[in-house]
Design a protein around this ligand. Structure first.
Ligand code: ATP
Ligand code: MG
Length: 234
């Protein structure tokens, strides 16, 4: 397979604590892959390690065949990774428009076209374009957070638990948006909401206690109740 993101035996640490003890996964160009695992398994830490926010002790991290291990976060981001963190990472005291403008690497024609695409994808954001981000609902904030990552010419989108704290009807519309997004963008989705992970992910990895313990096709995991019970508590 043509690999876009590759992690091999990644060990990473925060201060004196080793958090990841060996995460290996691969995401091919154009794929949508889900990372699953219980609370505290290391899913968020893995995404932060990819972004350079958590330090790698050993192992390989590559984007499009280029090592990103040890690089500064702002440079990793510019290699083409759109990161949607768990807590949105948007500016509450800026308007939706300003949040988009500050996220843009350039304000060229292509970027403005991508912004218009995002506003079509999330019509709520178009209606709230001049409003402060702090006045948006949780779902709208999640949309803005994803939208910010989509305005740039990214190779891959990393999304951390987008369903967290949102009502089922909003999660359903997020799923539809992510399915649309995956038709043109490679997606790596961390998600504990099994229905959302299944709807979006074509393949999966399960992380447990900082290690990759299982991987496969999502359609196989859906059928495998034993594996779900073992690692996901479903
Ligand atoms: N700053 C930190 N200092 C020490 N330990 C941390 C720190 N951040 C995370 N950890 C620990 O690392 C482990 C993995 O945390 P992480 O947030 O990556 O899990 P997660 O899989 O994203 O969980 P959740 O599903 O709850 O979001 C946990 O045991 C957590 O307590
Ligand atoms: Mg997390």
């Amino acid at each position: 397979m043509d690999q876009l993101l590759k992690a091999q035996d990644v060990v990473s640490y925060i201060g004196p604590y080793t958090i990841l003890h060996g995460v290996s996964l691969e995401v091919g160009h154009g794929e949508a892959v889900a990372i699953l695992g219980r609370n505290g398994a290391g899913k968020t830490t893995f995404l932060k390690t990819v972004m350079g926010l958590v330090k790698t002790r050993s192992g390989i991290l590559e984007l499009d065949g280029k090592s990103v291990t040890g690089m500064e976060p702002h440079l990793i981001q510019r290699m083409g990774i759109g990161y949607v963190p768990e807590d949105y990472g948007i500016f509450d005291l800026l308007t939706v428009e300003e949040n988009f403008r500050i996220a843009m690497w350039k304000e060229d024609k292509e970027t403005l076209e991508r912004r218009d695409y995002v506003l079509d994808l999330f019509p709520d954001l178009k209606l709230a374009y001049k409003r402060f981000a702090r006045n948006l609902s949780g779902g709208q904030r999640q949309m803005l957070s994803i939208g910010r990552a989509l305005v740039n010419d990214n190779k891959i989108l990393l999304v951390d638990e987008p369903s967290k704290g949102l009502a089922p009807v909003i999660i359903e519309s997020l799923a539809q948006a992510l399915i649309e997004i995956r038709s043109h963008t490679t997606v790596l989705l961390v998600e504990q909401n099994f229905a959302l992970a299944c709807a979006v992910g074509q393949r999966f990895y399960i992380i447990n206690e900082g290690r990759t313990v299982e991987s496969g096709l999502m359609e196989d995991l859906v059928k495998d109740k034993e594996l779900q019970a073992l690692h996901l508590g479903i």
